[in-house]
Design a binder for this molecule. Structure first.
Ligand code: APR
Length: 321
């Protein structure tokens, strides 16, 4: 069987880690594209020179020519600028939407049969624009946000309870912003509700709720916490790892249930928008959306998050995209 081909559009922080992870895990041949001359070539040469040590023989090619992504099975888009001091959300939206326009046109031309995973921010708007421009089926254009947000939530829960993160199941739905919806009620440790364990730990329902609320807030602000520490950029190791989980699910038709920024056709009562929801990821991309019952409080949070996504998309359309 020929190797799978994975194109990475954007050879910055996330793109570089993605290339290394794909190589080390031997998921397929890598093409790393960036508009900055020599940057992707340099990163790929550096990664390839570790092939003897890490024992992989995938092809790893850096390029400034879109033609090299021809025939890719999967395309991961991280091209775009992070927000800088003084930039409004609209500024970032315009800048990254312009970048996405070019990227998506080239993906459409050179990798028409690919499944696309968008990582660039503002995520919900960028996925929407990418699908619109490529015209690919909505199940084949998805966004990465929820895998990371859920992993962050799980990590904080594991630290708090002193148990292995491998046994935590926690789900974050909604848009990729401050309005995201970490689902407290469904969070569990191998089936045991996290809230029950917290209440037992503190023997105090109010304190348990406070601890959970703090973890929820930290999850919502986790991206900003990293930006504050790094000072020159945003998170890149964890977004790359999260995208790899999605890539593997698609490449190996795993049918994994991962929180995905997916297009909704009435699920959760939402029509015609990309929102973070649990999706079955397999060879056909987001093959199915799994709905779950939300109580009134959760539904109100989800509605609020969807409202923010709709506003973002409306802003983008108002700006001419
Ligand atoms: N085409 C291709 N690549 C581009 C283009 C373009 N038109 N414009 C910019 N780029 C490249 C930049 O040259 C840079 O190498 O995109 C890369 C972005 O890399 P970083 O600035 O290091 O950003 P990174 O941390 O990788 O995050 C990328 O993902 O999580 C989001 O908010 C984050 O939107 C950002 C994106």
């Amino acid at each position: 069987m020929p190797r799978k081909k994975i194109a990475l559009i954007g050879g910055g922080q996330i793109g570089g880690v993605l290339a290394q992870l794909i190589a080390q895990k031997e998921l397929g041949d890598v093409v790393l594209f960036d508009i900055v001359e020599d940057l992707p070539q340099g990163k790929c040469l550096d990664i390839a020179e570790a092939s003897r040590v890490d024992l992989f023989d995938n092809s790893i090619k850096g390029t400034n020519d879109y033609k090299d992504i021809e025939g890719s099975d999967i395309v991961i888009i991280t091209a775009g600028l992070p927000r800088k001091p003084g930039m409004s959300r609209d500024d970032l939206l315009v800048t990254n939407a312009k970048i996405m326009q070019t990227v998506a046109e080239n993906v459409k031309q050179y990798a028409p049969n690919s499944t696309v995973i968008v990582v660039s921010n503002p995520l919900d708007a960028m996925v929407t624009l990418c699908q619109k421009i490529t015209g690919f089926p909505t199940n084949k254009v998805i966004g990465q946000a929820g895998v990371l947000d859920s992993s962050r939530f799980s990590t904080f829960i594991a630290w708090e309870l002193g148990v292995s993160v491998k046994d935590i199941n926690a789900l974050v739905l909604g848009g990729h912003g401050d309005t995201m919806v970490p689902l407290i009620r469904y969070a569990n440790v191998n089936g045991i509700p996290v809230m029950e364990l917290l209440e037992r730990k503190y023997n105090d329902k109010t304190k348990a709720k406070e601890v959970m609320d703090a973890m929820v807030n930290r999850t919502k602000m986790a991206g900003g916490e990293i930006v504050k520490l790094l000072k020159t950029g945003s998170a890149f190791y964890s977004p790359a790892s999260s995208s790899i989980a999605m890539v593997k699910a698609i490449l190996f038709d795993e049918k994994r249930v991962l929180p995905t920024c997916a297009y909704l056709n009435g699920e959760f009562g939402i029509n015609g928008y990309y929102v973070g929801v649990p999706a079955v990821l397999g060879a056909n991309g987001a093959e199915k959306i799994l709905e779950l019952t939300l109580n009134d409080e959760e539904k109100a949070m989800m509605d609020n998050s969807v409202k923010a996504v709709k506003e973002l998309v409306a802003d983008m359309e108002r700006l001419g995209f």
